[in-house]
Ligand binder design. Structure first.
Ligand code: GLA
Length: 350
């Protein structure tokens, strides 16, 4: 186990950014930067012990300063959408950025994915702890939120991402990681033949292409949304099904079949050719399956000189359901003043 630190250049404001390379005994490597608390690279062995980088990203800081698709990024204070970009807590209305039509996506224009995070390195645990003080009214949210994100690489090939935080006012706390995985290697251009399983018998339907939930939960059974039995992403992603038409492919939250707030295995992803397999564990109620439908290969040269195409990578973003703040029957994303926000998601390679 080791952690290497390197300079990753400077932001336009002159902040020095650091890259961290975590390695384990089995040769797996995770690259992180303290800009956006982003996971930039993830080297994972295949069935012949050949390593490939399985996450989409950029070669340098310049790429991450733009990063319109949130490659590898830490999303906060709220992941996913808030309808009308406003909400009420304790009788007070708070206004957020309208950065996706009338709505708020991933907390707005100045997301935590654009912040320079403080860091501490814990060599013994093979982990890096990124921390941020998000002031009262930051992005429009109430309360000073002191938050940390801990990335740990374990000896059994798991990347654990732990979030902790505390706010001095009732607020929304719904952090997630926006890594795009392609288990065939990030240069391989498609995740369509990846085999997916999601432990969810229900999903969160959306009203239209703005992808705001209606507030219902629908059974996946008998629909293309069903991943309760393993199937390839390609099998039904282009099915003539209104929910998929709205979002141009999978971009939906799954209501996980969980026993409670304990961490559980909630999804697996397999690439049949390379034999790589990823397990996802979380303690959260939902996961957004996003199949990279909006990646458009618009000439943006990314890591290793690759121009990514539509569906080059897929995200499994663990979270509270989208727009939960407006839906009484969705588990509340409110963090009470003085209470501890604590949640962990693990991406394990087996
Ligand atoms: C999330 C959303 C998608 C898309 C991506 C970023 O996953 O659900 O609709 O906006 O972020 O491109």
């Amino acid at each position: 186990m080791s952690i290497l630190q390197k300079s990753y250049g400077k932001t336009l404001e002159g902040d020095q950014i650091t890259e961290f390379i975590l390695q384990n005994e089995r040769g797996m490597k995770v690259h992180l930067i303290n800009y956006g608390a982003i996971m930039t690279k993830l080297f994972v062995p295949d069935k012949n012990n050949e390593f490939a980088d399985v996450v989409l990203g950029y070669d340098n800081l310049e790429g991450y300063l733009k990063n319109p698709g949130y490659f590898g990024a830490t999303i906060g204070r709220n992941g996913n959408r808030i309808a009308g970009a406003s909400f009420e807590i304790n009788g007070v209305t708070y206004q957020l950025d309208k950065n996706e039509g009338e709505n708020n996506l991933h907390a707005g224009f100045d997301g935590y994915n654009k912040r320079v995070w403080d860091f501490t390195v814990n060599e013994e645990e093979n982990e890096v702890v990124f921390s941020l003080i998000s002031p009262d009214k930051d992005q429009g949210f109430p309360g000073e939120f002191k938050v940390s994100v801990t990335y740990k690489l374990t000896s059994d090939n798991a990347v654990s991402i732990g979030y902790e935080g505390v706010s001095d006012k009732d607020t929304i706390a719904n952090m997630t990681n926006h890594s795009y995985f392609n288990l065939a290697g990030h240069t391989s251009n498609s995740i369509l033949d990846h085999i997916l399983w999601i432990k969810a018998s229900k999903f969160v339907p959306v009203v239209d292409s703005a992808a705001i939930p209606s507030g219902e939960l629908w059974e996946v059974k008998g629909t293309p949304m069903d991943f309760t039995s393993k199937k390839a992403v390609a099998d039904e992603i282009d099915a003539d099904y209104e929910q998929l038409k709205f979002t141009g492919g999978y971009d939906h939250n799954y209501a996980l079949d969980k026993r409670g707030k304990e961490q559980e295995l909630i999804a697996t992803v397999e690439d049949p050719k390379s034999g790589r397999k990823m397990e996802v564990y979380t303690d959260l109620p939902g996961v957004q399956l996003y199949a990279g439908n909006f990646i458009n290969g618009d000439g943006d040269v990314c890591k290793d000189g690759v121009v990514y195409q539509k569906r080059s990578g897929l995200c499994l973003e663990t979270q509270y359901f989208p727009d939960a703040i407006h839906q009484e029957n969705f588990e509340s994303p409110i963090l009470k003043a003085g209470e501890n926000y604590k949640t962990t998601t693990v991406y394990k390679f087996v």
